[in-house]
Structures are given as structure tokens and as C-alpha cells.
Design a protein around this ligand. Sequence first.
Ligand SMILES: [Zn+2]
Length: 90
Amino acid sequence: MDETWETVCRVCGFDDGDVFWADGWPTQEICSCCGNESDVGDESVMGLRTCRGYWVGQGAPWTSPGMERKHKAQGWDLLRQLANIPEEWR
Ligand SMILES: [Zn+2]
């Protein structure tokens, strides 16, 4: 079996090396950026789009203030991050 680890959040494209999906199984990791938990809202593209639209509509709030400070200090760009989302989950 191929070992595939997804470290990119399917909802917001955030990638800090945390594994959200391992070998096709959700790890229940909570995204530090959008707060999505792999498994809950992200098993279908339609569900993902709803989550993503809602999150962006709220002003793209971060779940982790510490991570937000760190990434914003490095010039975090929402649109650039969204472009990280793998094509099949856009
Ligand atoms: Zn996310």
C-alpha cells in the first residue's frame, strides 16, 4: 500500500507539516488556521466548499492565535494559501 500523507488542509490550504490524512484515513488533526478537523467537514468536495466559503466569509479567522501571529509576521497571504489546496479539493 502506498503511504500517502496529506499535510495540506483541504479547506484552507494551510500546511505546517501536520498530517491531516494518512493513507486515506483522517487523523482528526485540527487545522491551526481554519479550525477544520480532518474527518468532520472534509470528506466531500461539496462539504469542503461550504466550510471554506463560510470560513472566508467570516474573515478567515485563525484557530490558533500563536500560529496566526507567527504566520502573519512572515507575510501570510490568504489567497496564496488557498492556491495550495490540492486541485481535487478546490
Ligand atoms: Zn485549514
